[in-house]
Write a protein that binds this ligand. Structure first.
Ligand SMILES: [Zn+2]
Length: 196
């Protein structure tokens, strides 16, 4: 798609003009750029730029996120998990609370959910999978893959304290929602089955 066609699509769908597009370009190129620098580049006043940026942010057309750049930290494992489930909303809700899940998306297709999880230790992630997904009668298939490289930076916010708190055998047990999840799934713990 040429830049011109792209701008037409943007105008039609998002109702933004060429100045907004130029502002977005500048911010995407350098998120730390000042309003006055953008004003100088575009030949507009700094308050005008500030007002436009505020509007774009209110409309959700620009947003910033601070996170970890996975391209720069090879020892941090990024895992993609595909799930086939009849209760995606339940999985989605759980993912909001589990500190090992970075994001979860619903999609069409045979696998109807994709989760991104991260940890320095793959065994931790495997244990989290046991706690939350492998024990669910409504999760039919699970595919777990290690992300090995990426063309552009992938920036995800991480709960960096989680790694120091984990119990290796059941890493997110300390989180109240994660701890309650086993019961919610109707699966009894080894303690309840008197196996320990
Ligand atoms: Zn969890």
């Amino acid at each position: 798609m040429s830049a011109h066609v792209f701008l037409k699509v943007m105008k039609k769908n998002f109702n933004i003009d060429s100045t907004d597009k130029a502002i977005i370009d500048q911010l995407q190129h350098d998120p730390s750029i000042t309003h006055s620098k953008i004003a100088e580049i575009l030949g507009l006043s700094q308050p005008a730029i500030g007002a436009r940026i505020k509007k774009l942010a209110e409309r959700g057309l620009i947003a910033t996120q601070i996170g970890v750049n996975f391209q720069q930290i090879p020892e941090l494992n990024l895992i993609r998990v595909n799930l086939k489930t009849t209760r995606p909303e339940d999985i989605m809700e759980l993912c909001e609370y589990c500190p090992f899940v970075i994001n979860a998306i619903k999609s069409t297709g045979d696998y109807n959910m994709t989760l991104f999880m991260a940890s320095r230790n793959l065994k931790h992630l495997d244990a989290v999978m046991d706690r939350h997904f492998r024990n669910k009668p409504y999760v039919f298939r699970i595919q777990m893959d290690l992300v090995t490289s990426m063309a552009s930076p992938i920036i995800f916010p991480l709960n960096l304290t989680v790694e120091s708190l984990v119990n290796t055998d059941d890493p997110c047990k300390g989180n109240p929602v994660c701890a309650a999840d086993r019961k919610r799934a109707g699966v009894r713990s080894p303690e309840e089955l008197n196996l320990m």
